[in-house]
Write a protein that binds this ligand. Structure first.
Ligand code: OSB
Ligand code: MG
Length: 374
């Protein structure tokens, strides 16, 4: 496909409520979107980098520079036929997976539109609906958290994930478990613990958690394998898993029993599918993580979640939990039984609201193939 233009935008989007993790509080998202125009069609991708390099080394600002100065010119100089061509096109650039994913996922969206099929079908998805969970941030008090859990369960969500850190963990789990003995409950530490906390982490076993997500260092496999041997609760790796090889290493070493897949963290659909396939071959369940995405990134997460190995409820939830107004039409909604229905229209299945996107844009750059500029 001929690439006519790549438009990069930064949008400012205030969250409806602050989101607190062990690494900080997010109130306002600064989201980079990639819009790729090709032969009358428009593909959209979202860069999931955070405002600060706290989850991973990328941030909104680093991704912007890498997209503008390196990746978008590389892509504009090519005519990729498939989203799957992007890893080769971007191969010279080390790291920066979230920046790469913004462009690669927009090409997958375009490819699905050109083929006249949904993105889910293009990637080989097998589900008509996907099961949804919620990720609940650290709150000012336990009673406040309990009322949020109550609300999300009433809304139908199938799994509650509690962000945790030293000082916001066992007491919280105990209170939630006492009130809801049967629900699927998990926790996510975002690397807040160290090996000296092993006895403390072992005490989490008492709460029948579905998993403990990324308890130790963001880049570690070995010490997670040491910890996993001591725990009955499965460890789930998020931050550590960057590609398919990491799945092989982590499963061989016994670093985890469950894997969280995030499109941005692994660099886009090509690697996400490879990660999924490797996990499926090894019998390791996966689920789709979230990064407080706008509707564009959310649409891609929904398509990814339809692959066979996504057997656990993900962190993909309704637009209204994040945004007063989402930038897609229709907004993402979740049914009373906690499911999202997969759209079957061509491409990502959620229209970009270009007027609203324009209104929220604080900077914009257009990249064209060098031959077209002169
Ligand atoms: O670790 O899964 C995480 C949000 C930002 C950065 C990292 C994570 C998260 C979430 C939120 O848990 C998931 C969501 O609701 O989008
Ligand atoms: Mg996580």
């Amino acid at each position: 496909m001929r690439i006519d233009a790549i438009v990069l935008r930064e949008l400012h989007m205030p969250l409806v409520r602050p989101f607190e993790t062990s690494f900080g509080v997010t109130r306002n998202r600064r989201i980079v979107l990639a819009e790729i125009q090709s032969e009358g069609l428009t593909g959209w991708g979202e860069c999931t980098a955070g405002e600060h390099p706290f989850f991973s080394p990328e941030s909104t600002d680093t991704a912007w520079l890498v997209l503008l100065n390196e990746l978008a010119p590389m892509l504009a100089a090519e005519s990729p036929e498939h989203g799957g061509d992007c890893p080769r096109i971007f191969r010279a650039v080390r790291g920066n997976p979230m920046a790469k994913a913004a462009l690669e996922n927009a090409i997958w969206d375009l490819e699905a539109q050109r083929e006249g099929i949904s993105l889910s079908r293009l990637i080989g998805g097998v589900r008509e609906t996907i099961p949804c969970g919620v990720s609940l941030g650290i709150q000012a008090s336990i009673p406040e958290l309990l009322s949020i859990v109550e609300r999300e369960l009433a809304a139908g969500y199938q799994r509650i994930k509690l962000k945790c850190k030293p000082g916001w963990d066992v007491e919280v789990f105990e209170r939630v478990r006492n009130r809801w003995p049967e629900i699927l409950l998990s926790c996510d530490a975002n690397s807040a613990y160290r090996l000296r906390d092993q006895d403390h982490l072992e005490s989490f076993d008492a709460f029948d958690l579905l998993m403990i997500e990324q308890p130790l260092w963001h880049d570690d496999f070995y010490f997670h394998s040491v910890l996993q041997k001591r725990l009955n609760t499965p460890i789930c790796l998020d931050e550590s898993i960057r590609n398919r090889r990491d799945v092989l290493a982590a499963t061989e070493m016994g670093s985890c029993r469950i894997i969280n897949i995030k499109l941005g963290r692994v660099g886009g659909f090509s690697e996400a599918i490879a990660v999924h396939n490797a996990a499926l071959e090894r019998g390791t369940p996966v689920w789709c993580g979230g990064m407080l995405e706008s509707g564009i990134g959310r649409a891609h997460n929904i398509a990814l979640s339809t692959l066979e190995g996504f057997t656990l409820p993900g962190d993909v939830s309704a637009s209204s939990r994040y945004w007063a107004e989402d930038i897609v039409e229709p907004a993402v909604t979740v049914s009373k039984d906690g499911e999202i229905a997969i759209p079957d229209t061509p491409g990502r299945g959620y229209e970009a609201r270009t007027d609203l996107i324009e209104k929220l844009t604080v900077r914009r750059e257009t990249i064209r193939a060098a031959a077209l500029v002169g």
